[in-house]
Ligand binder design. Structure first.
Ligand SMILES: *Cc1c(COP(=O)(O)O)cnc(C)c1O
Length: 385
């Protein structure tokens, strides 16, 4: 019987014979029955009891849970979100390949496309995801291997139409769904080939695990594994354990964070020091209708711009006590960051302008504190402008 997503988060990845809490398999290697058995494990796809870089039971359970939640045949975990992205690109692209990428991607993804990819002769064309047909128009037949999108995008929370993207045939479509988590949207249901997450963020949810994950059809994930086992961005079983624990409480955390985030976005929108507020489920979001249709909740991130430049931002940050100045998101603590001088530091000015990473832009990751306490702190910190 099909259950609600909240229930799936509690049951996902269990195989019936397990203790309720997943055991930690803190081993890198398994002993086998002898020469022939070792040979067979060495040449098996994702052999469960061979060597830690090939598979680990704790990590596999995290992978199975994500596959369940995303409605995927298979999933593969990585040591970080960037480990997942780099492995996808290098598994499916050759020198001379072409990638169509959204122009508003995570800073690390952009740096990877602009640095190592260019150096290896992998070409990238950036497109504006809000322009209908922009992704398919940029495809170079026979050359374009991947289409990379991120929705909502970090840090301005723009939305890309998953159904339009999922209808594209030819290159593999990849969606970074980190900001939404598997509980808010399921890109594979729209026909996307691969969905990936930095599970370091909302999925882990407690700022104690570096973890990435990719889900999709078994053939694609097996191909990714065959490359990934050589790339070596292997997920640690300790982090996979924390990732699994995070999955169990993800629906309740996300519901609380989304409800607080919407309240905070509404208050910020009325504040005289604030010039603009971006939140997917805020009626003033330019893609509000699409965000409501595509996402089950608005997520934990709110972005806003304030008047007064860097000095005003420094002054505001200095007054914060409950809210921490830190770059990650999706955890229990409310975090604030200034993308231009942190997550997006060093990117070319032209790219920053396209992405809307302005001097006044602030990104807030709403935690699990009472929303009134966060609102009181923010409005006090902004009061001098
Ligand atoms: C953080 C993040 C990544 C990178 O993940 P790491 O776990 O930090 O390597 C990729 N995409 C998005 C949208 C992110 O927020």
């Amino acid at each position: 019987m099909a259950h609600n997503p909240d229930t799936n988060a509690v049951t996902a990845g269990r195989d019936g014979s397990q203790p309720l809490a997943t055991p930690l398999w803190a081993t890198t290697v398994w002993s086998s029955e002898g020469l022939d058995d070792t040979a067979s494990r060495a040449s098996s796809l994702r052999a469960p009891n061979y060597y830690g870089r090939h598979a680990n039971p704790t990590v596999s359970q995290f992978e199975n849970a994500i596959a369940d939640l995303e409605g995927a045949e298979s999933a593969m975990a990585f040591g970080s979100g960037m480990g997942a992205i780099a492995s996808i690109v290098l598994a499916f692209c050759n020198s001379g390949s072409h990638i169509v990428a959204q122009n508003t991607l995570y800073g690390g993804t952009l740096a990877f496309l602009e640095g190592p990819c260019r150096r290896l002769g992998i070409d990238v064309t950036y497109v504006d995801p809000s322009v209908p047909g922009a992704f398919s128009a940029a495809i170079q037949l026979g050359r374009t291997m991947l289409i990379l999108a991120e929705t909502p995008s970090n840090p301005r929370l723009s939305i890309c139409n998953l159904t339009e993207l999922g209808a594209i045939k030819g290159p593999f479509t990849v969606v970074d769904s980190t900001l939404a988590t598997p509980l808010s949207q399921r890109p594979l249901d729209h026909g996307i080939n691969l969905v990936m997450h930095s599970a370091t963020k909302g999925i882990g949810g407690h700022n104690d695990a570096m973890l990435g994950v990719v889900a999709g059809e078994k053939d694609l994930i097996d191909a990714l594994w065959a490359y990934g086992v050589l790339h070596g961005a292997t997920a640690s079983p300790y982090d996979a354990l924390n990732g699994l624990r995070g999955i169990r409480t993800l629906p309740v955390r996300l519901r609380q964070q989304s409800s607080s985030a919407l309240k905070i976005a509404n208050v910020l929108q009325e504040h005289p020091a604030v010039s603009s507020v971006m939140y997917p489920h805020l009626a003033s979001h330019p893609q509000y209708a699409l965000a409501k249709e595509q996402m089950g909740n608005g997520g934990s991130l709110v972005s806003f711009e304030i008047h007064g430049g860097l000095e005003a931002i420094r002054e505001m940050f200095n007054k914060l006590k409950l809210v921490h100045a830190a770059t990650s998101f999706g955890g229990a603590e409310t975090l604030i960051c200034h993308p231009l001088t942190s997550t997006h530091v060093g990117l070319p000015a032209e790219m920053l302008a396209t992405m809307g990473v302005t001097m006044g832009l602030i990104r807030l990751s709403v935690g699990l504190e009472h929303p009134d306490d966060i609102i009181a702190e923010l409005t006090t910190a902004l009061s001098h402008h």
